[in-house]
Design a protein around this ligand. Sequence first.
Ligand code: LHQ
Length: 267
Amino acid sequence: MPHPHAYEHILFTLDNGLAHLSLNRPAQLNAFNSLMQDEVRAALEHVRGDPSVRVLLLTAEGRGFCAGQDLAERTVAPGEQVPDLGASIERFYNPLIRTLTELPLPVVCAVNGVAAGAGANIPLACDLVLASRSASFVQAFCKIGLIPDSGGTWMLPRLVGMARAKAMAMLGERLSAEQALGWGLIYKVVEDTALREEAVALARHLATQPTLGLGLIKQALNASPGNGFEAQLALERDLQRQAGRSEDYREGVNAFMAKRPAVFKGC
Ligand code: LHQ
């Protein structure tokens, strides 16, 4: 049985190894106010501390995916002290990005509509990103005098190259899902009506796979851009050693030799 938790601005369920977090402030295109930030943080803490979770699925309700920071919480009246955006990043956005990249399990993200500001960069910290055909990605920061955050300045040049990264960050144009696919930002484009079903099916499939190994694959690939060749070979050796000690590896080999389907447990 899915295990629903009571939140106001997110939906969160746990079901057979799948943790499903859906952003749920549709009238504001799922922009992050401080309550939603607290709820996302709490749900991810649960994911991190619950060994039964093998896959995280991130989705959103309504017509948009996420419009980034809720700007209604960021207006400054004349004479009022300006908020410290660095503190807000330190408190929420950077830990969120670190958690998504460091979780030792696959994170699937389904972008169902417009993804703007931090909302455009959160999917880039996930492992397998699907987008609906009508979804779009907007590095909206430049239009309000800010810089791409939530890891954007790190991910964008690595994914799309410096020339396109600069154009995206400085022009803030809407990038269609097809363009995002062509530029290497996302894994797959899915018809609008099929997105949720396909994302859930993919996440459920992954939850039956050797997820300890998938977490090690993620660790190796995420380390790659920062490593030289020798360092990466050494990391592969170390992580393969760890993978080789898993029950799933033993099961995988035994099932292959016996010509039967493997039953993986994620350990
Ligand atoms: C919103 C928002 C929003 C509140 C749409 N806030 N209400 C980190 C650290 C600390 C501080 C600063 O920032 C950051 C990171 C960031 O994320 S900065 C970037 C913040 N995000 C943006 O600048 C994007 C602002 N939104 C837009 O440009 C557009 O809304 C997009 C392109 C996302 C969608 O455009 P449309 O499809 O035309 O929809 P809309 O503009 O009509 O929005 C629908 C509603 O959602 C509307 O409310 P209303 O009551 O008029 O229906 C908007 O006010 C509301 N909304 N984004 N970020």
